[in-house]
Design a protein around this ligand. Structure first.
Ligand code: IBG
Length: 222
């Protein structure tokens, strides 16, 4: 065994992408197995590897971890990206969960029917600009520090930069009214591990395309 974490998911972003981001941010290399057929998925279930018959699956430190949130917390804790005490950790959890709610809309977008796309895109824009981004704009402005929590790079920063870039892909001008977030984006993009992840050839996955959507539906026989 190589000792590297092994990620089992589709060859696309979905629920695994924040795990890829966080491992990359921690400077940890990983291996990936991409699900392409329903037989592969059913074999994992038959072998008893998937606790709730769901992916993401991350094999790490002798564990077969499922549940995205548990996987991310473990990685954040292990690599010192989870605050210096329980209160910082609570704040990171609140920020991360908020951003996850926004990301949930983006995750579901490729699976929405064509006639609902325009409405869903408008909803993403509305929620990003009136609910989620203002929170982080205000936090950064008030404490004047480089990172969201404890003046130190954390899981919350990783989750936010991923979300900013994902929303910008859909709505390029979305940061216009958010000068703090514009500066944050540049700053965090220059953290060496993040800079590396943003370069071509990294394990970062491209925006979802039709092939990805069809593969997910095929694997789950939907
Ligand atoms: N709470 C779990 C987690 O956070 O890990 C949910 C995991 C989950 O929903 N996994 C899906 C699955 O395995 C794949 S991601 N489903 C099979 C089943 O029978 O439940 C599905 C997904 C995509 C994109 I792809 C957006 C949202 C969900």
């Amino acid at each position: 065994m190589s000792g590297k974490p092994r990620l089992t998911y589709f060859n696309g972003r979905g629920r695994m992408e924040p795990v890829r981001w966080l491992l990359a941010a921690a400077g940890v290399e990983f291996e990936e197995f991409f699900l392409e057929t329903s037989e592969q998925y059913e074999k994992l279930i038959k072998d008893g590897v998937l606790m709730f018959q769901q992916v993401p699956l991350v094999e790490i430190d002798g564990m077969k971890m499922v549940q995205t949130r548990a996987i991310l917390s473990y990685i954040a804790g292990k690599y010192n990206l989870y605050g210096k005490d329980l209160k910082e950790r609570a704040l990171i959890d609140m920020y991360v969960e908020g951003i996850t709610d926004l990301m949930q809309m983006i995750l579901m977008f490729p699976f929405s029917p064509p006639e609902e796309k325009e409405k869903n895109l408008a909803s993403i824009k509305e929620k990003a600009t009136t609910r989620y981004f203002p929170v982080f704009e205000k936090v950064l402005k008030q404490h004047g520090q480089d990172f969201l929590v404890g003046n130190k790079f954390s899981w919350a920063d990783v989750q936010l930069i991923e979300a900013i870039l994902a929303v910008e892909e859909k709505i390029p001008a979305v940061l216009l009214g958010f000068p703090q977030l514009q500066a944050f984006k540049i700053r965090v993009s220059n953290v060496p591990t993040i800079k590396k992840f943003l370069q071509p050839g990294s394990p970062r996955k491209p925006p979802p395309d039709q092939h990805y959507v069809e593969t997910v539906l095929k694997v789950f026989k939907r």
